[in-house]
Design a protein around this ligand. Structure first.
Ligand code: ZN
Length: 352
């Protein structure tokens, strides 16, 4: 064009370096936004009214957004609480036992580590008495190295399922740094037993599995008449082994295996567990198609009330051993599109 156009063109072509810098800054900004959004699980403390005051047992009782710190009733004496923490795509479950002890089952993906630690502090946790890493996939153990240094740890349980990823090495280093030794988790091992309170591993029972998911430690937790089955990512093979073992699988609450994938929650297994409630720990917009519609249909047909961390946020079950109350602690509202994008970006960056 003319003299006006030329500098403009030159300016444009001269932007190459600046464009790269711009892209880098944009990437950093996206990562920052990502971390910010993931820090939004069940926080901050707010003054929203709790609707969990006096619910009929088993009804969905959402606590108003942002009220996680204050909306949930404090744990009464003789109550047990199981929080399926919203960690995006992954698993992390906090169990607060009636005797004041605590168990943490998985720590979510790496990026969720700080959230998990923060959630534990909000629940008043000072010490993790029993730490279980169900199997060495990043979406289950990635967050644990971020949690380990922040709390005194009692016992650590892991299965013999190992891998050679940096994430797994990082966890082993974290355990070593704490001077802890690992207790092997396998079917039949009792975590604790005291009166009507008991936790026992139902899987794994084989000496080898092709799929790392089937190495998942599966825990049946019982308090009085209330039972929970925490299945990690156990799939059909492990489910069949549990059925064949003749172990008591019945549970009021099923933490659905492998984020609701079609390879878990087989019909016979679901019949044996016969849960009233199911909770699926899953990230919005994940690349795996979790939860699978087939699994959702099976649960619906069985008349199970289903909670999902991608829709309900952190799902909290509180029981006195007779009744179970359910509270949902939704994330701070994030527009679906952005949240979906952030989950997508997280998966791209950190994988499963
Ligand atoms: Zn998983």
């Amino acid at each position: 064009m003319n003299a006006r156009g030329f500098p403009a063109f030159k300016l444009f072509t001269g932007m190459d370096g600046r464009k790269k810098t711009g892209r880098l800054l944009l990437s950093l900004l996206l990562v920052f936004l990502l971390l910010l959004s993931l820090a939004g699980c069940a926080q901050p403390s707010g003054s929203g009214p709790s609707q969990s005051g006096n619910p009929a047992a088993g009804t969905r009782q959402p606590v108003s957004a942002g009220a996680a710190g204050s909306g949930l009733q404090s744990l009464a004496s003789g109550e047990m609480r199981v929080s399926v923490i919203d960690v995006g795509q992954g698993d992390s479950i906090l169990v607060q036992l009636p005797d004041g002890k605590t168990m943490l089952v998985d720590g979510g993906p790496t990026v969720a580590g700080p959230n998990v630690a923060a959630y534990l502090r909000r629940r008043g946790v000072k010490r993790i008495d029993y730490l279980v890493a169900t199997h060495p996939h990043e979406d289950h153990i990635g967050g644990l190295p971020g949690v380990l240094p922040q709390f005194p740890i009692g016992q650590i349980f892991m299965t013999r399922g190992t891998t050679n990823t940096a994430t797994f090495e990082h966890l082993l280093q974290g355990i070593k740094n704490k001077g802890l030794s690992v207790t092997t988790a396998r079917a039949g091992v009792v975590l604790f037993q005291q009166g009507t309170l008991q936790a026992v591993f139902l899987a794994p029972s084989s000496s080898g599995y092709k799929d790392l998911n089937n190495w998942s430690a599966v825990i049946r937790l019982q308090y009085g008449n209330a039972a929970f089955l925490l299945t990690g990512d156990a799939q059909a093979q492990s489910e069949q082994e549990m059925l064949a073992s003749g172990a008591n699988l019945r549970a009021d609450v099923l933490k659905v295996g492998h984020h609701g994938s079609a390879t878990s929650t087989g019909p016979a297994f679901l019949r044996a567990v016969a849960p009233r409630f199911a909770v699926i720990s899953v990230g919005a917009g994940n690349d795996y198609g979790h939860p699978h519609q087939v699994t959702l249909n099976k649960l619906q047909q069985a008349g199970v009330q289903v909670y999902r961390t991608d829709q309900d946020g952190t799902v909290v079950f509180t029981t006195d051993g007779k009744q179970i109350r359910v509270d949902c602690l939704p994330r701070q509202a994030v527009p679906g599109g952005i949240r979906g994008f952030v989950e997508w970006l997280r998966m791209r960056l950190f994988g499963n």
